[in-house]
Design a protein around this ligand. Structure first.
Ligand code: GAP
Length: 453
């Protein structure tokens, strides 16, 4: 089994098999935007469902929310995003390419070793053409738009750069309507937008992406303990989905890395082939920063009445925040494998059954007209119960390989014996083991093998 596929291999599989396409490809694409194809949308939905089940359905202390993408722009003034959600940017005076100044640190170190003395960022040459770079300028990452027919400064609004603020501004609504007691959380899945200076590494850094965020409100003083608990909880979620432990690590943010709102943040990182360990989820202690700021800016109390202390208090917040697209990339890379089977190479995605886009493929041994009605009948039986695919093109061996490559855990083969014994063969993706079962008990047998996925 290959340890880690190259990005070229993953990108090409995604395109070839309909997981991910470049957005507006026929017009040459657009940097930082991607479309999810028929298999991609299934995998993405399965990721979201797995997260929602673990965070909302199976817990008794978290409820869901679906807030709007565009909010009153004052939200982003209060949150600090208008003033501080910016990256330093430099331009090359020769080739006009644009870079994030903080990402040029690596090149700065190289330049220092060449010159034998410290150089500032502006002394670093363009990594592409060696040309001179401008001084760094701060560039706000929020996308702007106008609400209503008049395009003036009074109608400026922003596409949300994180889903979190939709939760904070609804804190009071949720608290009163769901009659919650601390600690409790609000979870949300939704699109976020950032005008990244250097989007890249396929779907790792996008300008439009999806986040899954929990804001977990706790009594001040219990925040550090809850932070620890959530770090463990979230790490276990990733390994529970089959991501190998040795490919994950937990990394503490250094003081100068911390966001303006955070007291402490740790990242869960995955070992990507293009970058080494990089963030897939952040778990931050946001203290009472956001509720405090919104209370101040909106002129509304955002407090909780604590019966124990008989006081109104502003809760602290622990925030586990992850990106769906990065999770998608993580599980694809981590599950990718190549094996030799009887002298032939097979590529497979050992995806967790819950995540696999197609759960069962129905494969008639051939297109022989005697087999087709029975194979169709089997497909009709399974389709309402599992995400299935029917494939009758080319040899059975090739069809098994095609299903392996998209991570389908089970194939059901209808052959000529089926016409006599009303039984079919179930073939498993990972072990390639085959068992014969009667059509009558097929649904149960598949359910058992899929383990509820
Ligand atoms: N509310 C906190 C927050 O947004 P963040 O670390 O900026 O924190 C959280 O983002 C997660 O969102 C990241 O761990 C990553 O998975 C995902 N994410 C952030 N920016 C992204 C981008 N440009 N493209 C894809 N995913 C992104």
């Amino acid at each position: 089994m290959a340890d880690a596929p190259s990005m070229d291999v993953v990108v090409s599989l995604c395109k070839r098999r309909g997981f991910v396409f470049q957005s507006s490809e026929i017009y040459g694409g657009i940097g930082g935007f991607w479309d999810y194809g028929p298999l991609g949308v299934e995998l993405k939905n399965n990721i979201k469902q797995a997260w929602w089940r673990a965070t909302v359905q199976e817990r008794d202390d978290v409820v869901g929310l679906d807030a709007s993408i565009i909010m009153n722009p004052r939200v982003w003034q209060a949150s600090g995003h208008v003033d501080t959600f910016a990256d330093p940017m430099v331009d090359c005076k020769s080739c006009k390419r644009r870079f994030r100044a903080d990402e040029l640190v690596e090149h700065k170190h190289e330049a220092e070793s060449v010159h034998g003395q410290a150089v500032d960022i502006a002394g670093v040459p363009c990594p592409d053409c060696g040309g001179e770079l401008t001084e760094p300028r701060m560039f706000n990452l929020m996308f702007k738009t106008y609400v209503g027919p008049v395009e003036d400064s009074a109608s400026v609004a922003y596409l949300r750069p994180e889903t979190a603020q939709g939760i904070f501004v609804n804190f009071d609504n949720v608290l009163t309507t769901s009659r919650r007691k601390l600690p409790f959380g609000i979870a949300q899945i939704g699109k976020a937008f950032r005008n990244e200076i250097t989007p890249g590494n396929f779907i790792f850094r996008d300008r439009e992406f999806e986040q899954m965020e929990i804001e977990y409100f706790v009594l001040p003083g219990t925040d550090e303990e809850w932070h620890e608990r959530w770090i463990q909880e979230r790490f276990n979620w990733w390994t529970g989905l089959g991501v190998r432990k040795e490919k994950l690590r937990i990394r503490e943010h250094t003081e100068d890395e911390l966001s303006h709102y955070a007291k402490r943040t740790v990242d869960i990182e995955f070992d990507f082939p293009f970058a080494g360990f990089a963030e897939i989820e952040g778990i931050a202690n946001r203290t009472d920063f956001d509720l405090g700021r919104h209370a101040e800016h909106a002129g509304r109390e955002l407090k909780y009445f604590d019966e124990e202390s008989d006081q109104h208090i502003v809760p602290y917040v622990i925030e586990p925040s992850m990106g769906v697209d990065r999770c998608f990339l993580t599980v694809l890379i981590d599950s990718y494998a190549e094996e030799e089977v009887r002298g032939e190479k097979r590529t497979l995605l050992r995806l967790h059954k819950e995540l696999a886009p197609i759960k069962v493929a129905v494969l008639p041994l051939s297109r022989n007209e005697k087999l087709v009605p029975t194979a169709r009948r089997v497909w009709d039986l399974l389709r309402p119960r599992f995400m299935t695919q029917y494939d009758d093109a080319q040899s059975i061996g090739r069809r098994y390989r095609r299903q392996d490559e998209i991570g389908t855990p089970l194939c059901v083969t209808v052959d000529f014996d089926t016409l006599d014994d009303e039984a079919v063969t179930i073939r498993e993706r990972d072990s390639m083991e085959q068992v014969r079962v009667p059509i009558e008990g097929l649904v149960e047998a598949l359910r058992e093998k899929l383990g509820g996925a």
